[in-house]
Unconditional design. Structure first.
Lengths: 318, 277
């Protein structure tokens, strides 16, 4: 097995380079001794605790590693992946993961764009909205999950109470209903991820030249036209970046759904991360869980590749 | 001008709708935290508790070791934030100033590390930490948090370093200051606000983190707040709502306060990293 030296993981503070560097040796392009001293304290943990473990993790996918086993683990080639191909439960979880990732990312982006456009205008209450828009971002995901459990609670929850007040029926048990569980957790996902997207888009909006906007308005362009011809081109790079990141983050998300439903009812909300977590730390199947992780990475890579190609092509046309 | 007025009204309606959507879950959490058990059991819950009580908070502290958990969270988050910033700042400096292979590789790592599902990282880390006897220990968790916080710490700091004009450093070099001297007395003071913002952001993310803590910490006296919070929810998903809400409310306060302090800097820093690289 990969023998990792993690003993080096406790980094030392950067030491001053003994030699006095004159302006002449400060060659900007090459790394000299001084620069290495600056880089090493971060580089060692990155290699030892991130790059190393990642490679180790990928290699585990080709072994029969299990937790608490006494006999040594063995290489078993692609057996884990062959099993994975026939694991209908995993593919169901994979499908749910995709529905969740897209179902969260798209409304998240649209709602965040709307809010960012509003916050970019000179409206009263804007300060309040800006402050509130940040709140979900600052909260621990576990608390977000707990909070929405309280909202969705069939008896003491505000959602059912509001529905009853509006005469829309007696309400239901949102998180345990087979049909409602996934939509219910998706709403929470949208809520939780909106702030970061909003703030990023807002920052992008504030970089768009105001004069251009005013000139377009002067020429009689309507709101939609101004958005399409002035605003959107300016924020497009930021919008693409944050959407790609959101997709990845959402696909890999864990804590929210763990707290809300633990993957239930009947696996209807079992995201791939929940599945792999149970496989690894409840059943101790490290090798198999690592193979699941690899499958997830493969999917993400494909999505990213499409994203990049699409972006490059569009960039080429414009 | 009628359409102008209509559009304005529309905008305010939309803004209020957003405010309601964003605020109501949190308000409901606060409301639940202060409700006595009888009101929580009633079929017609109200927004404002009829007989507000602190009983839920007392009960929460009785049921779970919340103080110990808060202390563990504090140690883990502080440790991670300080170590991450101390090792990330020099590296970010090099990444911002030297555009060599190493900087490109490091930027690549920052991006790629976002794409890997935690499960692929945590299994090997779990095995390694087990060999080092660092499972179920807060220092072990800090090591994991540091590496996990590094990508965005580097990202933010590179942006802040780029915002410091190179000319200032060159002027110092011309005056005979060595590299370290320049770094310490010219660059570092200008970076200080950015470094503080990055550290606080790392603090919040570590304070809020759940997955690694769930896997690595086994016994209640070592666990951090988010993990302990989940103990309020029973095996069947039945929860004692009052204490749960009270504990969740308390666990959120530190992040909210810290976030309020750095809100502006974070957005600035993220964009700086995003726009310039």
């Amino acid at each position: 097995m990969t023998d990792m030296t993690v003993a080096t993981a406790t980094p030392r503070r950067p030491r001053p380079a003994r030699r006095r560097t004159s302006a002449a040796d400060r060659e900007r392009r090459s790394l000299d001794h001084g620069a290495w001293f600056l880089v090493l304290p971060a580089l060692i943990p990155i290699l030892g605790l991130s790059v190393g473990p990642l490679l180790y993790g990928i290699s585990l996918a080709f072994t029969d590693a299990q937790s608490g086993r006494t006999e040594p683990t063995e290489w078993i080639g692609t057996l884990n992946f062959q099993d994975l191909l026939h694991d209908t439960l995993f593919w169901e979880s994979f499908r749910i993961g995709l529905v969740w990732a897209v179902g969260v990312t798209v409304p998240q982006f649209l709602l965040a764009l709307g809010l960012a456009l509003l916050l970019n205008e000179r409206l009263r209450l804007r300060w309040l909205a800006r402050a509130l828009a940040i709140v979900p971002w600052a909260m621990p995901e576990v608390v977000v999950g707990v909070m929405w459990r309280l909202v969705y609670n069939p008896d003491a929850g505000i959602l059912n109470e509001t529905l009853r007040d509006l005469g829309l029926g007696g309400g239901r048990d949102w998180l345990s209903g087979l049909a409602t569980a996934l939509p219910a957790v998706i709403v929470v996902g949208v809520w939780a991820g909106m702030p970061q997207t909003t703030v990023t888009l807002l920052a992008g909006l504030q970089n768009t030249p105001r004069e251009l906007h005013e000139a377009a308005a002067m020429d009689g362009a309507g709101a939609w036209r101004r958005f399409r011809t002035v605003t959107w081109p300016a924020i497009r790079p930021v919008a693409f970046a944050i959407t790609a990141l959101n997709l990845i983050w959402n696909f890999n998300s864990f804590a929210l759904v763990y707290v809300l439903t633990s993957g239930g009812p009947g696996g209807r909300t079992r995201l791939p991360m929940l599945f792999a977590y149970e496989e690894a730390f409840r059943y101790g199947q490290f090798g198999y869980a690592a193979a699941m992780g690899c499958a997830m990475v493969a999917l993400i890579s494909v999505v990213l590749a499409f994203h990049l190609v699409g972006r490059l092509r569009r960039g080429g046309e414009g | 001008m009628r359409t102008g007025k209509l559009a304005r009204a529309g905008r305010y309606t939309a803004l209020v709708a957003y405010l309601v959507f964003l605020a109501f879950p949190f308000l409901w959490l606060v409301s639940t935290a202060f409700k006595p058990a009888r009101e929580l059991g009633s079929l017609h819950p109200t927004w404002i508790p009829e007989n507000p009580t602190l009983g839920n908070f007392r009960q929460a502290f009785d049921e779970q070791p919340l103080l110990q958990a808060a202390l563990n969270s504090l140690v883990a988050a502080l440790g991670a934030a300080v170590v991450a910033v101390v090792i990330a700042t020099p590296m970010a400096y090099v990444m911002a100033r030297h555009r060599g292979t190493l900087s490109r590789l490091a930027t690549g790592w920052v991006v790629v590390s976002q794409a890997f599902p935690f499960v692929l990282v945590i299994i090997p880390l779990f095995l390694v930490l087990k060999n080092l006897r660092l499972i179920n220990s807060v220092p072990g968790l800090i090591m994991v948090y540091v590496v996990w916080a590094l990508p965005f710490a580097l990202w933010m700091l590179v942006g802040y370093v780029r915002a410091v004009p190179v000319e200032l450093e060159e002027a110092a070099a011309v005056d005979g200051a060595g590299r370290l001297r320049t770094l310490v007395s010219v660059t570092a003071p200008l970076l200080a606000p950015g470094i503080v913002a990055t550290a606080l952001f790392a603090f919040i993310t570590a304070w809020n983190e759940f997955f690694f803590a769930l896997v690595l910490l086994k016994t209640p006296e070592k666990q951090t707040l988010p993990v302990v919070l989940t103990h309020f929810i029973g095996a069947e998903g039945v929860a004692d709502l009052g204490p749960l809400a009270a504990a969740a409310f308390l666990a959120t306060l530190p992040s909210l306060v810290v976030f309020a302090l750095i809100q502006r800097r974070i957005t600035g820093g993220m964009l700086a990293g995003a726009v310039k690289s």
